[in-house]
Design a protein around this ligand. Structure first.
Ligand code: V55
Ligand code: FE
Length: 488
């Protein structure tokens, strides 16, 4: 059978057009000058479907095969490389030359030939820890990728030590202990309520894994740690096995159900977990940071009054256009004794928050996030929200001070990474891919931005002469760590 074309849905057109090329470019042209201190790798996770969807005319972007991208920066030079993650799913479909997996996170809709084959596409975050690069997606275990060659090493369960069937794409790394705090939800299988909380030591070995039962089978996209606590905020976007068996959607958002915030000592036992009831119907994909504050816990949340993904709202019968979703960067102050949460808006709507590595789990002064500002022009469809961001913020959540870089009607910005400077008086830099309308399509560039002065715009740009697709998350790895890993 001849190969089919990708359907004419917005999920495969414009900026979302599949790239499907594995690329190696040495020495991209640099406009301006990249400071010598920026030396290392900017890894990116990009969903990039290798085949048209199996079912019907459409699929959601979260099902795209994981492509790992890397900008390697050294002495002001930039090399660009991309490789598909060779997941079991990618290999099976490549062999068949077509999609064999059906709906997002519903194996009951798959071609019978792939029963039991790992479904994850490893497309969400490239996590760097203890000299290892993991490509992650929350519906499966991580795949390890060689950080130098970008070849897939394979699915990773710490040599059989990890029992959870899944691992989050949002692990948190303590900057002082270098431990990785992570979890997997639906840990015992599809739509299960089990969550595995695990810690990986600075040597890369699994240090502990404990399971607990959540109040419902929620989508737990992110969590947070402080120096003392691990915090699992659960929002009422839930899974149901019978619905899956009937061929339905994995996720339905329950607008009337409460959120639940589970908090335990980060080195404690899961039976110390305290559950605090939070507001009903709300949802958050990401937390900027959390920290201990005189006995209370502060957690900064990219909060929405419903699920921000249109495909989840439509599966839930929530008939609300994107422009009516109310969001904010909010600070929740959690009083553990009183089991009470107070909420204060600290910044405008936005998501994909970024902090300095050194600030993780600690009181912090500032962070960055991105948003779509409708005043700058109509949305460019991209990503699971179907709306690309056109604005970068630097926020001081403690006092609400905000600086913005608006990109206007023709550009979109992807999540930045922060590159620290060794000069304590310098705030370091942000690296982000910016896409710009050009004729019928888009051209993209890597932007280098002063992290403490975003409003002045890029100090260097690196045009990329090949198409790019919207990124999910990225990670910055300093050159010294890459070299140490290459020697190990
Ligand atoms: C998200 C992304 C995913 C996913 C679930 O951004 C949630 C949130 C790229 O994959 O599977
Ligand atoms: Fe995420």
């Amino acid at each position: 059978m001849a190969a089919r074309a990708f359907p004419p849905s917005l999920h495969y057109q414009g900026l979302n057009a599949p790239v499907r090329m594995e690329i190696d470019i040495r020495d991209l042209p640099v406009e301006g000058e990249i400071p010598a201190e920026i030396a290392g790798a900017f890894f990116r996770a990009v969903p990039d479907p290798a085949h048209p969807p199996m079912l019907g005319e459409d699929d959601n972007v979260l099902s795209g095969d994981g492509m790992v991208g890397r900008f390697l920066i050294e002495d002001g030079h930039v090399d660009y490389t991309t490789r598909y993650v060779r997941t079991e799913r990618f290999e099976a479909e490549r062999k068949a030359r077509r999609s064999l997996f059906g709906k997002y996170r519903n194996p009951f809709t798959d071609d019978p030939s792939v029963a039991g084959v790992d479904r994850t596409v490893a497309n969400t975050t490239p996590i760097w820890h203890a000299g290892r690069l993991y490509m992650t997606k929350e519906d499966g275990r991580a795949y390890r990728v060689d950080p130098i060659t970008l070849e897939t090493i394979g699915r990773w369960d710490w040599n059989g030590a990890l029992k959870s069937e899944t691992m989050t794409a949002h692990a948190r790394i303590d900057p002082e202990t270098n431990e990785m705090f992570a979890y997997g939800y639906e840990a015992a299988g599809l739509a299960s309520r089990q969550i595995a909380y695990f810690i990986v030591g600075p040597d890369g070995e699994l240090q502990s894994e404990q399971w607990f039962e959540a109040p419902y089978a929620a989508m737990v996209h992110d969590f947070a740690i402080t120096e003392k606590f691990a915090i699992f905020p659960l929002f009422p976007t839930t899974a149901d096995l019978d619905r899956l068996k009937a061929g339905g959607a994995h996720w339905v958002h329950q607008q009337d159900a409460p959120s639940w915030i589970g908090i335990m000592p980060r080195y404690g036992k899961v039976d110390e977990m305290v559950w605090i009831e939070g507001p009903a119907g709300v949802h958050a994909y990401h937390f900027m940071n959390a920290f201990d504050d005189n006995g209370a816990i502060q957690i900064d949340v990219c909060l929405s009054d419903t699920n921000a993904f249109p495909f989840i709202r439509s599966a839930s019968g929530i008939d609300r256009h994107q422009s009516t979703v109310r969001s904010s960067l909010s600070r929740w102050t959690i009083d553990l004794e009183a089991k009470a949460i107070t909420e204060r808006v600290v910044g405008p709507p936005g998501d994909l928050p970024m902090i300095e590595r050194k600030d993780q789990a600690r009181p912090y002064g500032h962070g960055w996030y991105i948003t779509y500002d409708p005043n700058q022009g109509p949305p460019i469809p991209a990503g699971p929200v179907e709306t690309a961001c056109n604005t970068l913020f630097r926020i001081e959540p403690g006092n609400g001070r905000l600086e913005a870089l608006g990109l206007g009607p023709t550009r979109a910005i992807n999540e930045p990474v922060h590159v620290p400077s060794s000069d304590p008086g310098h705030g370091g830099w942000l690296l982000a891919v910016v896409d710009e309308r050009a004729g019928d399509g888009f051209k993209s560039a890597l932007w280098v931005i002063e992290a403490s002065d975003i409003a002045k715009g890029p100090i260097a740009t690196v045009p990329v002469p090949v198409p790019m697709r919207p990124q999910v998350h990225g990670w910055w790895v300093p050159q010294a760590e890459l070299e140490a890993a290459a020697r190990a």
